[in-house]
Design a protein around this ligand. Sequence first.
Ligand SMILES: NC(=O)c1ccc[n+]([C@@H]2O[C@H](COP(=O)([O-])OP(=O)(O)OC[C@H]3O[C@@H](n4cnc5c(N)ncnc54)[C@H](O)[C@@H]3O)[C@@H](O)[C@H]2O)c1
Ligand SMILES: [Zn+2]
Ligand SMILES: [Zn+2]
Length: 397
Amino acid sequence: MKAVTWQEKRKVAVKEVPDPVIQEPTDAVIKITSTAICGSDLHLYEVMTPFMEKDDIMGHEPMGIVQEVGSQVKHIKVGDRVVVPFNIACGACAMCKKGLTTQCEVTQVKDMDRGAALFGYTKLYGHVPGGQAEYLRVPHADFMAKKVPEGPPDERFLYLSDVLPTAWQAVKYANIPENNTVAVIGLGPIGEMATRVAAHQGAERIIGIDLVPERLERAKSHGVDVIDVRDFEGDQQALAQAVRDKLGGRSPEAVIDAVGMEAHGSPNVKAMQHLTGMLPDKAAQKVFTTAGMDRLFALHSGIEMVGRGGTLSLVGVYAGQADPISLDALFDKQVQVRMGQANAPFWTQEILPLLVDDNTFDVENFATHRLTLDEAPNAYEIFQKKQDNAFKIVLKP
Ligand SMILES: NC(=O)c1ccc[n+]([C@@H]2O[C@H](COP(=O)([O-])OP(=O)(O)OC[C@H]3O[C@@H](n4cnc5c(N)ncnc54)[C@H](O)[C@@H]3O)[C@@H](O)[C@H]2O)c1
Ligand SMILES: [Zn+2]
Ligand SMILES: [Zn+2]
C-alpha cells in the first residue's frame, strides 16, 4: 500500500510499504477513505526529529471501511464505516473505565515511561504505524473503531478522530465559570474548534488570540472577539491587559492554550530547537530531558492572562522536561492547571450523537484543502508555513 512516511526534518515522502495485517485476534484492518493532517504532525515534521525514524508512517486522524477483523472482534464487521480516535486504549481497564484512555493500563508505553500508545507518534508512543496511508491496523478494534452512520460525507465524522474530542476536553477542562467567558490562545484547528464547542456549551464571551489573519477572520465571523498577538510582540503583560480591556477590566477565569511547544514569540528557544535538531539523535534526546525545549510564549501568556482562582487548560502539546515556568504566579493566583492528551476514544462516544442528524460545529466546512495521499509532501509544507490559507487538510487515499 501507499503511506506518508517521515524521511528527515521537514521531509515526508509517499512510499510503497507492506500492507498491515491482523496480528492479534482483537485487531481490525480498515481501508482509509479520509485522513487529516494535524498540528501535532507538525511537531514531528520538525522539532521532534530526534525521536523519529526514517520511514515511520505518519498520521492519527483516519476514518474508513472495515476490511478485515480478528477472531475476537464482535462490535464491528467487514464493511462497517468507522472513525478511529488517535490514542490507543483497551476500553476495559481501570483507567479506561474512568475515561482516562490516554493512561490505558494495557497500552501504556512502559519502556519509555509514557501513557497510552498513539497512532503515528514516534517511538515515545509505541512506534505504531499511523493512518496517513491506504490501510491501517487498529488494535483493540471493538473499542477503537467507532461505528458511524452511512449517509453524510466523511467530514461529518472525521474530526471525531482528534479535533473534536481534543477541543471538547479543552473546554471541559477549562471549567468555564458562570459569567461564561473564556480566552482561547491559538486559533488553529484545535483552538478554532474549542471556540465552537465553548459557544455550543453556552459561553457568551469568547476571546480568540492568534497571528494568522485568516484564522483571526474565521473566528471573528462566528462571533469570537479576536486579538492579533503581533500587536504585543514579546509582551505578555500588554497582551493580558488587552484581554482585560475587552472584559471591563476583569481577567478571564478560563483560559485555553491551544498553541503548544512551537509558539510564535520565543526566539531564543526557537534557535535552540533548531540547533538541537542538528545534533545526533541520542545527544538531542538528552537536550530534551535537561533543557527548556518548548517555546513558551503562549503558555506564559496564559499564566499572565488567567484570573485569580481561574483555570488554565493546556491542550497544546509540550514536550520539554525542564521548561522554566512561573510557579510563583500560578501559586499566588491560585490557578488550576489541567492538561494532557485528549482522552479521544472516551469523548467520541459523547460527541457522536451531536453529529448524526446535524452538521453541528459546521464540521463539513471545516477543512480548507482536500488532497490525494500523493500530495502529502506539499500539504505538510503549506500547512506548516500557513500558505495558501491552509487551515485543515484532509487527504483522500
Ligand atoms: N492534547 C491533545 O491531545 C492534542 C490533540 C491535537 C492537537 N494538540 C496540539 O494542539 C496544538 C494546536 O494544534 P492545531 O492542529 O490547531 O495546530 P496549529 O499549529 O495549526 O495551530 C497553532 C496555532 O497557534 C497560533 N500561535 C502560534 N504562536 C502563538 C502565540 N504566541 N499566541 C497565539 N497564537 C499563536 C498559530 O498561528 C496557529 O494558528 C498543537 O500543539 C497540537 O500538537 C493536542
Ligand atoms: Zn491530531
Ligand atoms: Zn485500558
